[in-house]
Ligand binder design. Sequence first.
Ligand SMILES: Cc1ncc(COP(=O)(O)O)c(C=O)c1O
Length: 427
Amino acid sequence: MSALANAAEEPLCSSTHLRRGIPDFGMDADAALNAVAGRLRGGCRPERNLATFLTTSIEPEAHRVYRAYLNYNLVDREQYPAMDELLRECVRIIGSLWHGDARRVVGSATTGSSEAALLAGVALLRSWQARTRGELSRPNLVMGAGAHACWKKFCRHWGVEARIAPARAGRLALDGIAAVDLCDEGTIGVIGVLGSTLDGRYEPIAEIAAELDSLAEQRGIDVPMHVDAASGGLIAPFLDTELRWDFRIPRVVSINASGHKAGMVLPGLGWLLWRDRGRRRPELGIRINYLGGDDTHYELSFSRSAAPVVLQYYNFIRFGFAGFQAVHARSRSLARQLADRLHDTGRFRLLGDGSELPVVALTAEPPIKLRRLAMHLADRGWAVPVYTLPPELDEVEVMRVVARSDFTPEAVEDFTAAVEEFISTVN
Ligand SMILES: Cc1ncc(COP(=O)(O)O)c(C=O)c1O
């Protein structure tokens, strides 16, 4: 209490105060709350943040669920057995959405798709080492130019060569021929992406798998596939039911998705599912008995809140198949409308038109400069990223809009109006 009393005399969170390190004395809770809010003021409103794929809005009941379980540690399985069962239930639900064999699919909750990718990569590496009986020493992983940075992280940290198919004009996606060209005895796996971060397009997973089947038949090089379905994994099962991209394809051994993207959970949740226990690799399991039980852990991280997993389960029962379908269909339809409106200005070329991931990715016709447009939009509260494409196309600048579940028809109107306003200032 005396520390709190002293704190009242301290200036509120002045910059000198923090530059010294932790303040000598605390402050009362309201003051601390205000100080934090003051520090974090600025930036756009989350629903106007069109840069992120991550969930920015949830309904009040979902907030209540989330808050109620924030102080549960997900690794305390012995203490919260029902929580562990809830997690397994989520794995079963996702496994069935991805057409896995319910008796065989196993999975983990991770902090996001990045952790899932690292873990999937290690499992591919260990499988390859077992397959080649340690006789080969230079593993490589094949992916398209649009693969997410998490795969480059995996390669860098685990000493695996990243073999990246070069981008070609108008096409970032990996295809079967390009994948097979890069494969050899050292290839631990091929990554197919269901929904590129850069343009929102799906890679042709079934076609890549078919080419890899031919490679196995003709040259005996048998390469497994992992599908990075960070965003598409919880969209395609609802909207693209005929598309074969998942465990229906025998060559697909594992799949990841971000619960905190199309799973509509607040940040901090990814899913990684393997076709069966063997693909998870038993040697990756670490036995831990100091939490009260005797358990095997596969995840790379350890303690974290169980709240995202609970929220994922809540979403599954709250929305059901029809609800997820309706939410994502609406986002896709709005993304398509926005793409059409921007295309109709005659000033942009579409790389992604919202028909796969609800993402609009475009380049500008001269003299429109996307970075200036992004500044104009930022002045009106919209956050949109502008970036360059992979090395072979790095002179191409792209702007991307992600239409998440909180995107609205009004947002399409406002955003288009802001873009048109900018165009009118450029001759
Ligand atoms: C295709 C893809 N893979 C992986 C990731 C990384 O996901 P996370 O942010 O859940 O770690 C992303 C993020 O946008 C992504 O789009």
